[in-house]
Design a protein around this ligand. Structure first.
Ligand code: FE2
Length: 587
């Protein structure tokens, strides 16, 4: 059975799956160079079409069932937003919704408009577009509930069915198909999933966090990680307690029903924040929303486990991109096993959508367990590209049979170098196949990468990539964390406490205030060439980890094409990049 899964929304992605196995995943932003691209992943589909006969594909599935906010009528696959937040009418509606506090009436009206007036038209335009552009008949389209997709994603990715244990599959994001969070109880003996909790999107903690991000002058749905990074600079609760109390008044957890509720639709929470938090310090506001999020989510997990007696959990949805919160979840003593979906926003929801179809058709799921599923280039393609590019005379190109050794030597000499090798990692994080690497012991690396290349915010930390045999020396309680979180340690999805040795060896790749680290822990099986690089580095320096940050300029997605390599070199202070086995240096 052949399936193509498409996320035509925020963080657009496409995946191709055959008989229970994931063959590839392409993230649209890595083709069109537009970060968190919202729309139909047209370039990814066209790339896939070069190798896959769409006529032979059985189903095209979508990780959303009832709410398509967007209409596809343009030839280029971009969307017309049906309910723009900048629309004047929408602004009046939002204001009335907040001021009148008639929550039930406003939410019902909003749901009615979405379900009956917008969604049918949006679905029809999507069907029309896919038929005209790709000859995909509507009979082959399947739409799956958004939060069921989030819940099934780690189940498929980590192969949880093979563990023969009961699980709680828990999701939490901004909003999707009228919900912001669901819990499914998986009974491994009966092999059934039972929905035990569903929180409506108007009480969304994810939307609330985004509204705080907006209130702080940052980009909602994108810069939440900056708020999280800032929060760590406030170590004493007394500075943000009053703000926390004001925030806690408008959202709460019903511990019996395992659902969240709010005073008004949190989609318009910035109006409340403007009224109540005027002139509060930005770092204290960040600390308050971070602490409230941690408190509510941890309590939600605790009471869910208590109610069901199940101590294994799998978590997905954009809220679990919050790596600081994830660290606290791992520390919950009641949990036996916890699995975090890597890149758990809507980019990965396509996995859950396919899982639903395979499970319905009784096709066994093969664990995915890797992020290296994107597109790639051969050495000859790289050589040809750099010979033909208009900027060819600006660069010196040298071939190295053992490029990993060369990179390790440069890192040992504190030279910053980018690495572009193998299949591109999909998702939000760089896992070193598309990365800027640096000597993590040298704090100069931190400033050099920040000022010359990334041009990012001064308070944001970098992260380390470490070989697995060094993890116990760099991470406190490593054995316990590894046993509890299994392969989640490979994907930079949680922070950990650093040891004294890590503070010395990885000085530039830890949070500069709280000294936590968000490591990618690599074994020779996960990525043999990267592991080899780390081993060369270890031989040269006596250290087991390097600094890794995504290969991009601030505001752009991870560099994934050769054209973007040149763009990044031309528009930043980056001097060296290893592209496959070629070292490309600025003359
Ligand atoms: Fe989502």
């Amino acid at each position: 059975m052949k399936i193509i899964s498409i996320n035509p929304g925020h963080n657009a992605t496409v995946g191709y799956f055959e008989n229970g196995e994931c063959k590839c995943i392409h993230h649209e932003e890595k083709f069109n160079n537009q970060k968190n691209y919202l729309g139909l992943p047209l370039e990814s589909l066209k790339y896939l079409q070069k190798t896959i006969d769409f006529n032979a594909v059985d189903y095209f599935v979508f990780p959303t069932a009832d709410v398509l906010y967007l209409t596809t009528d343009k030839k280029d696959g971009s969307f017309i937003e049906n309910i723009s937040r900048t629309n004047k009418l929408r602004k009046i509606y939002d204001y009335l919704e907040y001021k009148t506090k008639l929550k039930i009436i406003f939410t019902s009206l909003r749901n009615f408009v979405l379900f009956y007036l917008i969604n049918p038209g949006a679905k029809k335009s999507l069907e029309r577009f896919l038929l005209n552009e790709f000859q995909i008949p509507k009979e082959k389209l399947i739409f799956v509930d958004h939060h069921l997709c989030h819940c099934l994603t780690p189940f498929f990715f980590y192969g949880l069915a093979d563990l023969q244990e009961d699980f709680l599959l828990m999701s939490m994001d901004g909003a999707g198909d009228f919900s912001f969070s669901k819990i499914y109880q998986y009974d491994h003996k009966k092999r059934i999933f039972k929905l035990i909790a569903n929180s409506s999107f108007d009480a969304s903690l994810g939307l609330f966090y985004s509204e705080v991000t907006k209130f702080l002058g940052m980009k909602p749905n994108e810069h939440e990680y900056k708020v999280m990074g800032l929060a760590a600079y406030v170590s004493n609760e007394k500075y943000y307690k009053a703000i926390y109390d004001k925030m806690a008044k408008i959202i709460w957890l019903d511990e019996k029903k395992l659902t969240f509720h709010s005073k008004f639709n949190l989609n318009v929470a910035s109006l409340y924040l403007k009224e109540n938090l005027f002139c509060e310090r930005f770092d204290n506001v960040s600390a308050a929303i971070q602490k409230l999020t941690e408190d509510l989510v941890l309590r939600w997990i605790e009471v869910s486990m208590k109610k069901t007696g199940i101590k294994n959990i799998a978590l997905s949805g954009g809220v679990f991109m919050n790596v600081k919160m994830n660290q606290k979840i791992v520390e919950l003593s009641e949990i036996k096993k916890v699995y975090f979906q890597p890149s758990c926003g809507d980019d990965s929801a396509i996995i859950g959508a396919v899982a639903k179809v395979f499970l319905d058709k009784k096709v066994p799921l093969k664990p995915i367990n890797t992020m290296y599923l994107g597109h790639y280039y051969s050495n000859s393609e790289v050589a040809e590209f750099f010979q033909k590019t208009e900027q060819a005379e600006k660069y010196k190109i040298e071939y190295f049979e053992d490029i990993e050794k060369k990179i390790a030597e440069m890192l040992a000499s504190s030279i910053i170098i980018a690495r572009f090798k193998g299949a591109c990692e999909w998702g939000a994080r760089s896992l070193c196949n598309r990365a800027i690497l640096g000597n993590a012991k040298d704090l100069k690396t931190f400033f050099e990468v920040n000022d010359l290349i990334k041009m990012r915010d001064f308070w944001m930390p970098f992260a380390p990539t470490i070989s697995e045999d060094w993890a116990g020396r760099y991470v406190k309680n490593w054995d316990k964390i590894k046993t509890k979180t299994y392969d989640s340690t490979k994907y930079m999805i949680m922070t950990m406490e650093s040891t004294t040795l890590a503070k010395e060896h990885l000085r530039a790749a830890i949070h500069q205030k709280d000294k936590t680290l968000r490591p990618q822990v690599v074994s020779a099986i996960d990525n043999p060439e990267l592991h080899k690089l780390l081993k060369y580095y270890e031989q040269l320096t006596g250290m087991g980890g390097i600094m890794n940050t995504s290969l991009n300029i601030h505001g752009y997605p991870l560099v994934a094409t050769l054209e973007q390599v040149v763009f990044t070199m031309e528009n930043s202070g980056l001097k060296y990049i290893a592209v496959e086995n070629y070292l490309v240096s600025k003359r």
